[in-house]
Design a protein around this ligand. Sequence first.
Ligand code: NAP
Ligand code: MG
Length: 503
Amino acid sequence: MDTTVKAYLDRYQVSQATLDFLDRQPRMFIGGDWVASSDGAVSESIEPSTGGVLALIPEGTAEDLDRAVAAARHQFDEGAWSRLKPLERERLLHRLADLLEANADQLAEIESIDMGKSVAQARDVDIQGTIDTFRYFAGWASKIQGRSAEPASLPGSYVAYTRKEAVGVVGSIIPWNFPLQTMAWKLGAALAVGCTVVVKPAELTSLSTLRFAELVQEAGIPDGVVNIVTGRGSVIGAAMSCHSGIDKITFTGSTPVGQTVGRAALDDMKRVTLELGGKSPVLVFDDVDIEATAEAVAQGIFFNSGQVCDAGSRLYVHESIYDRFLEALADYARGLKVAPGLDPDCFISPMVSAKQQDSVLGYIEAGKQEGARLVCGGQAPEGPGFFVEPTLFADCRNDMKIVQEEIFGPVLVSQAFGSEAEAVALANDSIYGLAAAIYSNDLNRVHRLIPQLKAGSVYVNAHSTIDPAMPFGGYKQSGVGRDLGPEQLDSLLETKSVWITLG
Ligand code: NAP
Ligand code: MG
């Protein structure tokens, strides 16, 4: 850790537990062992509020991945996990959730200093969401059942039934925006049904996953059930996507990488779940409370500094309230506190990396070039740290790059609409279909619109209401399949049809 990061951690009195964790050299977790990369390589994890080096992370090799897959394979094929009585798996997952809860403040600190995000948001959303996801799926372990069937037309007598069997070894590739929570979305259901897993966290944000692995061990989950291989996506992620020892890939990240992963995985017909990018529309009608709705819309884009896959990043407002609404929104946005992630009052935290900051600033520049009107923000505050002000553009057109592409930063683009039909057409004019939001108190209108929006989640009068009991995933190029909810379980289970012919 360099001195600027040390001073930052001291200023905000980071816990001794977190300092101790950083003092233990981060190691990968393979077959229950804590190991360095087989070739000794490491990469620097940068702390985004200071730009300083926080830790050195092992840069795993294809050989390390092979060992992790072999450990997961062995545990699945020969080991106890998949054959454990479901209530025993359930008990271990609850024990893990208890440990996550007991260490929640520390996990929030690690997430904040590694990813840059607000420590309060990390505690309330990322870590709480992680705990809740494991608890929710723990309960499913004992509720996986096949069904008995009556053949509909086949002559003869049969006993016919289905069995649900865990798909096998699951490879999980995780992005940097919600590192621990996204991992929980992948692992909760997989572990509950009896799969074993190999996780590749994003290179930018591996630390919370490594701390999580310590808790997996402490919970008494058998060695080899959970394996963590850190390192580059182009090495570990690519090798996972075509690894013959992996039965299913579950990926969250950008659409272009998701396409590559999906293609490779289908070579040997791995099961695939892809959670990809978004450019989610927000429709605001003229019957809303302007102040309250402006606040909700601002939260929907600026939370986690816009680095959210389902962020409400395209705003369409009825023309009769457009100007007043934008004024209220800009007022609210200007009041959001831009601060280092560990500041307890931070709302706008830095971008995850200098590269992401450059990319977001590039989009802001493109918006100005294309003729969009900058209402507020648009600047990177004086360093250190990879900050970008909350930014609002007005008078955009759907053919603009800033309206079509995922910016993944605190940038909201907006335009006015006249009719409901126009609003729907604008909302659906995107390659993405992750989420959409409607703000209106007209019940008839809301129910008319819900079926017309091409999106995996439709939020009414709020944004990103997310819960383990509700599935999450995309239409169109926002992905394939669903995480969370009972819907996720089937993606981790094979269905075997059993026919017993009676004489
Ligand atoms: P990304 O490149 O798609 O990365 C997601 C994960 O895939 C990371 O673990 C990454 O590893 C890994 N990866 C990279 N190249 C790979 C390959 N060839 N094969 C297999 N895995 C590979 O996304 P990102 O770089 O984190 O962010 C880029 C953009 O993706 C963002 O600006 C945003 O537009 C979008 N994004 C979307 C979501 C979402 O939840 N929908 C989340 C994050 C990002 P390394 O990063 O360690 O190399
Ligand atoms: Mg980092």
